[in-house]
Design a protein around this ligand. Sequence first.
Ligand code: GLN
Length: 453
Amino acid sequence: TDAHLSAIEAARVLNAFVMETPEQARDMAKAVDEKIARGDAGPLAGIPLGIKDLFATKGVRTTACSKILGNFVPTYESTITSQLWRDGAVMLGKLNNDEFAMGSANETSCFGPVGNPWRREGSNTTLVPGGSSGGSASAVAALLCMGATATDTGGSIRQPAAFTATVGIKPTYGRCSRWGIVAFASSLDQAGPIARTTRDAAMLLRSMAGHDPKDTTSVDIPVPDYEAAIGKSVKGMKIGIPREYRLDGMPAEIEKLWSEGAAWLKAAGAELVEVSLPHTKYALPAYYIVAPAEASSNLARYDGVRYGLREQGKNITELYENTRAEGFGAEVRRRVMIGTYVLSAGYYDAYYLRAQKVRTLIKKDFEDCFAMGVDAILTPATPSAAFGIGEKGGGDPVEMYLNDIFTVTVNMAGLPGIAVPAGKDAQGLPLGLQLIGRPFEEETLFSLGEVIE
Ligand code: GLN
């Protein structure tokens, strides 16, 4: 814990942590030491972790990196973090992220952007770590913590993992409790770990997962020993290579990485099959209707009355307006506007309902594929390596949204997806591959992911 606290101090330039909690960390570590001495150490005894600032931590400021929650100190602990502390993990602090987890570059945080510890060869440009869990990925990659919690609504665990050569898994929707996590789009949000290796990710997910009566969408099925899946043979597994993920104009290095990944799995005894997911091209536009719609509804609670920032006004309506105008950043306001628009009478059927129907078709594509006996699907994790801070999306938010092209389908279908480091681009930057699994079969992803890693 002390070594990591010093590393965090020395790497403040990355802006990965928005809040350091050294006193709590040392107290927790001491308490774990005493438990170890008594012989009842948990599976994560003494493992220092960073926590995305979307997870409520009792007595420790939790902001979702939004000005509107700038002074919010929860009186409760999220289910996931409680389970991590139950198992002996130690909290080093809270990690930066895109405001309300909306973004793909960690550039929308009210605490400013996060730096990626990786650099292009021969260049000093600071690159983004990806988003929205940019602080989590950067901190793990820079060895500031041994693992981190993260959330993934449309790729926010897997894309930053790919940009930083770390491992990130978004489990099946319902695998982990969402209780005590600031909500973005409730039908898509799912938490998971970002870690240095697939084995570490497996250990962390085991502690994070499990049924929670406080989240009615969490599923009551046993959590397997994910670590046991590491090193397990993948012989005979059927791996789908989806035709529709071969985009026009895809960089040659991404194409090459994808073929190499397939070859490694084949060499390990897996069987490769070409599969078709015909509705893939509709996933991104449908996601960018469903996610803002749910966000606009979830964010209605930030009204300046209940908690967080309060701006004054002549009457209650003005108080709401001033608080929300002052408290939300540009990307969040954009999503709230899109969301309320697509949910309005007259537009609901044309946009929201239609996007939900598309979502069903996307889910069915995967079901058809799994019905053919496919165990997992291999795709690139991102269409490019990390880019420079401010390089993308400035004039056109859609340029940023295109980052999620390979990851959003997984959230739309509620499936588990893992991103593992697989190679480097011409400038020496990490690139990742994604494996998508059957519902509640995260073990398969750990076994396959470890082969690639
Ligand atoms: N980049 C996507 C978005 O901005 C996904 C974010 C996430 O997964 N939290 O909505």
